[in-house]
Design a protein around this ligand. Structure first.
Ligand SMILES: [Zn+2]
Length: 308
């Protein structure tokens, strides 16, 4: 009897341990003495990656460090913070969120004491949809996140602004376009480093997600960002990019939007999009099957209301 109890206890401990299995390693790429890209897995959030699939950036200033994008939960936030603390002893004084999606903001909670920076719209969207994003994360990873709470920004920037600022001695331009991947994207240009941190306005090797996008504005934003003489681009998901790859994404997105519009204007229906618009280049991207139906639908509805 005693042995059975011990055996059951052992199984219970193992089951508990399975819940806290380690997250996939952070792939840290040093761009120069003060900028580190921290690249996450290229998958969708699932039980195996524990929701860790975002790219973050660590920027080292004179008096403190800055983290861009914090992961899908407090657990992922701690994972990213631990990776940052392996690189620097500087306190993390600022967190910048590139947009409101949970995989970029729900780790904010673990950066206590840091000033959170985002666009104005991002802040509103974190307040309005934070709870929904926690539910999305819990559903994807298969366990509850009792310690994850949405933490909106305390410093915000208005839509359609470019602001030059310095944080901890690091010069940066914060650009909030009208809309793109969401209505509250913020891109970070580091002029002295020639690095562009793009959030999900740019993603590499994976299918971009249109769920909250304004596709026409997104295409315009992709055209406008080519003005930055970037040596390296840190996308929201996937490996580091060059401007050549950013241009390719712009071309692919523009052709897609035009294609959908053409189908609409010639009296076709949403289901004609798959037959008439070439998706060959899209099919090479990861998660095409999971994302593209929703992307077509979102674009169709946008084209429909723009032409109504
Ligand atoms: Zn996103």
């Amino acid at each position: 009897m005693k042995r059975i109890v011990l055996l059951l206890l052992g199984i219970a401990i193992l089951a508990g341990a399975a819940l806290v299995k380690p997250l996939p390693a952070v792939k840290t790429v040093k761009l120069n003495d003060r900028i580190y890209a921290m690249l996450g897995p290229e998958e969708l959030p699932n039980e195996h990656n524990g929701g860790y699939m975002v790219n973050s950036t660590l920027i080292l200033g004179d008096k403190g460090a800055i983290i861009v994008d914090t992961g899908f939960s407090d657990e992922v936030g701690v994972h990213i913070r631990n990776a940052a603390e392996k690189i620097t002893k500087l306190p993390i004084t600022h967190v910048i969120n590139t947009h409101h999606h949970g995989d970029h903001t729900l780790g904010n909670i673990v950066f206590q004491g840091a000033e959170i920076v985002s666009s104005e719209n991002c802040k509103k969207l974190v307040e309005d949809t934070g709870a929904d994003w926690i539910a999305i994360a819990e559903n994807a990873i298969g366990h509850k996140l009792p310690s994850t709470k949405p933490v909106p920004a305390s410093r915000t920037y208005a839509s359609q602004t470019h602001t030059q600022i310095e944080i901890n001695g690091v010069k940066m331009e914060l650009w909030v376009p009208e809309a793109a991947h969401t209505k509250g994207d913020l891109l970070i240009w580091l002029p002295d480093d020639k690095v562009l941190i793009a959030g999900d306005v740019l993603v590499n090797r994976v299918t971009p997600a249109f769920r909250d996008a304004e596709v026409r504005h997104w295409v315009e934003t992709l055209a406008a960002l080519q003005q930055y003489p970037a040596r390296t681009i840190i996308p929201g998901h996937g490996p580091l990019m060059t401007m050549k790859e950013a241009k390719a994404m712009h071309k692919r997105m523009a052709a897609f939007y035009e294609g959908v519009e053409k189908v609409y204007k010639s009296g076709g229906s949403e289901s004609d999009v798959r037959k008439k618009v070439s998706l060959k280049e899209w099919q090479r991207l990861k998660h095409f099957n999971e994302q593209m139906g929703g992307n077509i639908n979102r674009t169709w509805l946008e084209v429909e209301s723009a032409n109504f």
